[in-house]
Design a protein around this ligand. Structure first.
Ligand code: DX5
Ligand code: ZN
Length: 217
C-alpha cells in the first residue's frame, strides 16, 4: 500500500481556504490534517470548530484532526459534529487516556494519540491495542515550518515493533518537518502516514509535491 499523505491546512492561505481545500480534493492526498491549538497546551492559537466546519463542507477527503489542546474530552462530540473522521489527542494532555480513547470511538471516529518529541513510545504499551493511529511528533507542536527532529525515526522503529508485538492495527503517522528526504527515512522506518504542511504549501506545485510524497517507498 502506498503511503498515506495528509497535508496540513495550518500552512494553507486562510483567505482562500475553499480554494486550497479544492486543490487538495483534486490532488493525490488521502487525508486533510487539521491542527487545533488552544494557546495553553501549545504556545500558539490556530482555529476552531466553525473553521473546521467550513473546511469539511468543501472537503472530499478524510478529516484527520490533531488536537493540541488541554482537556479534549469536553469537545469530542463537537469535533464529530463538524466532520472529524480521525480524532487525535495528545498523551501529555490526557489524564485518563483510556477513557478518552473509548469516548472518541463511541462518538463514531477513529482514535489517535500523539506523542511529543520527549515522550517515549513505551508509554503506549497498555493502550496500543485500542488505538487506530499513533502520531509521532517530529517537531515540538505549535508551529509549522520547524526543523525535523531526527530521533523521530528511532521512535517510529520502536513503535512499529510494539505494534507488531501487540498485534495492534494502529497506523503510524508522523508530523513535523516532513519533506521528501525525511519522509523517505520515515517510510523505511515503518511510518504509514505523513503529515506535511509548509513543504506542500510553500512548493511551486503543491499537487505534484503531494504526488512525490505518495511515491515514497
Ligand atoms: C505542528 C503541527 C503540524 C504542522 C506541520 O504543531 O502539528 O501539523 O502543520 O508543519 P510542517 O509540515 O511545516 O512542519
Ligand atoms: Zn499536526
Amino acid at each position: 500500500m502506498s503511503v498515506i499523505v495528509s497535508p496540513s491546512l495550518l500552512s494553507c492561505d486562510f483567505a482562500n481556504v475553499q480554494r486550497d481545500v479544492e486543490m487538495l480534493n483534486n490532488s493525490a492526498c488521502d487525508w486533510l490534517h487539521i491542527d487545533v491549538m488552544d494557546g495553553v497546551f501549545v504556545p500558539n492559537i490556530s482555529f476552531g470548530l466553525p473553521v473546521i466546519e467550513a473546511m469539511s463542507r468543501h472537503s472530499k477527503k478524510i478529516m484527520d484532526v490533531h488536537l493540541m489542546i488541554q482537556n479534549p474530552d469536553q469537545y469530542i462530540a463537537d469535533f464529530k459534529k463538524v466532520g472529524a473522521d480521525i480524532l487525535t489527542v495528545h498523551y501529555e494532555a490526557c489524564t485518563h487516556l483510556h477513557r478518552t480513547i473509548q469516548a472518541i470511538k463511541a462518538a463514531g471516529m477513529k482514535a489517535g494519540v500523539a506523542l511529543n518529541p520527549h515522550t517515549p513510545v513505551d508509554l503506549l504499551e497498555d493502550v496500543i491495542e485500542e488505538l487506530d493511529l499513533v502520531l509521532i511528533m517530529s517537531v515540538n507542536p505549535g508551529f509549522g515550518g520547524q526543523k525535523f527532529i531526527k530521533n523521530a525515526i528511532n521512535k517510529v522503529e520502536k513503535l512499529a515493533n510494539l505494534i507488531e508485538n501487540k498485534g495492534s492495527s494502529a497506523i503510524i503517522e508522523v508530523d513535523g518537518g516532513v519533506n521528501l528526504e525525511t519522509g523517505a527515512e520515515l517510510v523505511k522506518a515503518g511510518a504509514k502516514a505523513l503529515v506535511a504542511g509548509s513543504f506542500v504549501f510553500n512548493s511551486a506545485n503543491p499537487s505534484q509535491t503531494i504526488q512525490d510524497l505518495k511515491n515514497l517507498k
